[in-house]
Design a protein around this ligand. Structure first.
Ligand code: NPG
Length: 368
């Protein structure tokens, strides 16, 4: 394939309800989309960077800038366009994994559409549907949380993840267990809100039989996670700390990660995500697919990834309705707690033109 150009498209999608984590409250999701145009087909990439650099150092405008200034020109200059070579071409540029992931996703989508193959086929999916969990934000009160969790269980979600932070941890977990019982698959996510000095406090979560505690400590504190893992019984899962297959291998060797959350955007793309999956499978470490409030485009690819054999835990692959009244693609709708893996070429979904137009705030064409 030959690259013709890349369209950057900024969209802004209102959330159905505010989503509060230990790093802030979101009421809308501003996403940078990429339309990768080649001589054979077009592909869509979705950049998971947020508006502000609060979850990671990346943010939407930085992603647009690095794509415009460095990544797209380098890819255009690299000769024949092949998805498997994108990461290598972009390697000289440090970091910016979310921007790189979006570009690789767009190229991969174009390539697979040209070949009539799906993301699931390409990545190695072994299931045609995946079980879905849901991430539940920090609430103003325990009753409000219990209502929200009850609603999601009624919708069929097979696993609940509670966002936690100091002051909102043991009590909400206890309340959910007391109300909904010990059979609910339950886990917590701290988004780096604690330090190793909180180990004894976090051990108070031990009696609740949680599947895992996700990223309690700073993203650079891999050794701290290894120490914490010796002091609590809840399995420690890493998210922010895992940025590549190499970092996953190191974290596993150090005893810092009993479980890994794989987010393709955070690690530079779906192909690196598959490598992390392979490393984890080789070490007997279960993985699950994280979410970044993706539109139907990113959701389609995530569901395909989550269908790989090592994804033995339900992911944050919720239905579109968890976050959006209207998605830009055909919405993903839960069927008895599962989502179907798309089977059409590439992502298997495309944006609906009217929906896309109604949420678009700006576009920019990068000719090559
Ligand atoms: O279901 O898409 C989803 C979101 C799941 O909680 C979720 N994501 O820390 O994992 C996280 C959190 C997140 C969202 C992080 C957006 C960064 C941005």
């Amino acid at each position: 394939m030959k690259l013709t150009g890349v369209e950057l498209r900024w969209i802004s999608m209102p959330l159905v309800a505010p989503f509060r984590t230990s790093f802030g409250t979101q009421t809308s999701r501003d996403v940078l989309l990429l339309r990768v145009v080649t001589d054979e087909a077009e592909g869509w990439g979705e950049c998971v960077a947020m508006t502000d650099p609060l979850y990671s150092s990346e943010y939407v405008e930085a992603a647009a800038d690095v794509l415009r200034r460095f990544l797209v020109p380098a890819l255009a200059a690299a000769g024949p366009l092949e998805a498997h070579a994108v990461a290598h071409v972009l390697e000289p540029f440090r970091g910016h994994r979310m921007a790189k992931a979006a570009l690789e996703m767009g190229v991969l989508d174009a390539e697979l559409r040209a070949q009539g193959r799906s993301f699931g086929q390409q990545l190695g999916a072994v299931h045609d549907r995946v079980p879905c969990g849901v991430s539940v934000g920090i609430m103003d009160s325990v009753p409000a949380l219990l209502d929200a969790v009850g609603g999601y269980l009624d919708e069929g979600y097979v696993r609940i993840k509670l966002k936690i932070e100091p002051g909102w941890d043991v009590e909400p977990v206890r309340a959910v267990r007391e109300r909904y019982g010990d059979d609910v698959l339950l886990q917590v996510d701290a988004n780096t809100a604690y330090t190793l000095a909180d180990a004894r406090h976090l051990a108070r979560l031990d009696p609740f039989g949680l599947l895992l505690i996700e990223q309690p400590l700073d993203e650079e504190d891999v050794l701290g996670h290894a120490d914490l893992a010796k002091q609590i019984r809840t399995p420690v899962c890493l998210d922010e700390s895992i940025v590549s297959a190499r970092s996953a291998a190191a974290a596993i060797r150090l005893g810092a990660a009993a479980i890994v959350n794989i987010k393709p955007g955070r690690v530079g793309g779906y192909l690196e995500a598959r490598k992390i999956h392979d490393v984890c499978v080789a070490h007997g470490v279960p993985v699950w697919c994280g979410g970044m409030l993706e539109t139907g485009l990113g959701r389609a690819a995530n569901v395909a990834l989550a269908a790989l054999p090592g994804f033995t835990l339900p992911g944050d692959t919720s239905g579109s309705g968890r976050y959006y009244h209207r998605d830009i693609t055909e919405p993903f709708v839960l069927d008895r707690g599962h989502l179907a893996v798309p089977t059409g070429p590439g992502l298997g979904v495309v944006p609906r033109e009217d929906e896309l137009a109604s949420v678009t705030t700006a576009t920019e064409w990068l000719a090559v």
